[in-house]
Ligand binder design. Structure first.
Ligand code: SF4
Length: 217
């Protein structure tokens, strides 16, 4: 067989798609980041009629090119939560405003095989938008985010995602030195609020693109 790994993951992602759909999420499959970007631009964006777009923190939103493409997209107002040319106070204000856009795009820390999203945020704007506010939400999820169950999700997030993100963001937390969660009390602690999204409400509000490639942490 050619490309056995892709074949394995396409079977796995199909099963996860069915589980997510049974939890009222709308789900698309993409073979790679480029296809995920095309689904956002050519299907979800026009179908939603969104005039305003914003983002929760996500390496995948940037890595797939979705962020850059939307910045250049005519007829769409982008509330740019990734703009670091403005003050931190202004970034925070844009993050607040992002909770009222038509289309909010983010990643997820984990997707269980039973079709549940699990996330852990520092500030909370990502899980805020995922949970309530924007009329439509797109979640971009690489195959590396698939885990067996809730326990597996929380273990992965605390023992891999959070320390790796703390390293990426140059945080002054003990996990940056040890590679393990030390349940710190650091002001830089990035682990502050968990969410477990069992279902999309209303049905179809949260649209998930499962990508048959490893993307993000
Ligand atoms: S609680 Fe602190 S030490 Fe643990 S992963 Fe989060 S930032 Fe790192």
């Amino acid at each position: 067989m050619e490309k056995p790994i892709e074949h394995y993951w396409s079977l796995k992602l199909n099963n996860v798609k069915e589980a997510l759909e049974s939890n009222n999420f709308q789900v698309c499959l993409a073979k790679d980041g480029q296809e995920a970007r095309e689904i956002v631009l050519n299907e979800i964006l026009p179908q939603s009629g969104a005039k305003s777009v914003s983002f929760g923190g996500s390496m995948t939103v940037v890595g797939t090119g979705v962020y850059n493409a939307l910045k250049k997209h005519p007829g769409v107002e982008v509330l740019d939560t990734y703009d670091r040319s403005i003050s931190s106070e202004d970034v925070l204000e844009v993050r607040r405003q992002s909770l009222l856009v038509d289309l909010f795009i983010c990643g997820t820390n984990a997707v269980t095989e039973s079709g549940i999203l699990v996330n852990l945020d520092m500030i909370g704007n990502r899980i805020g938008g995922l949970t309530f506010g924007p009329k439509n939400v797109v979640v971009l999820a690489g195959r590396n985010k698939i885990v067996a169950d809730l326990e597996d999700a929380m273990f992965r997030i605390k023992n891999f995602t959070a320390p790796a993100n703390a390293m990426r963001l140059d945080k002054k937390t003990p996990c940056v030195k040890t590679g393990e969660c030390e349940e710190c009390k650091s002001p830089d602690r990035i682990c502050n609020t968990w969410t477990i999204t069992e279902k999309s409400f209303p049905k179809g509000r949260v649209k998930i693109i499962l990508i048959n490639a490893d993307t993000g942490l």
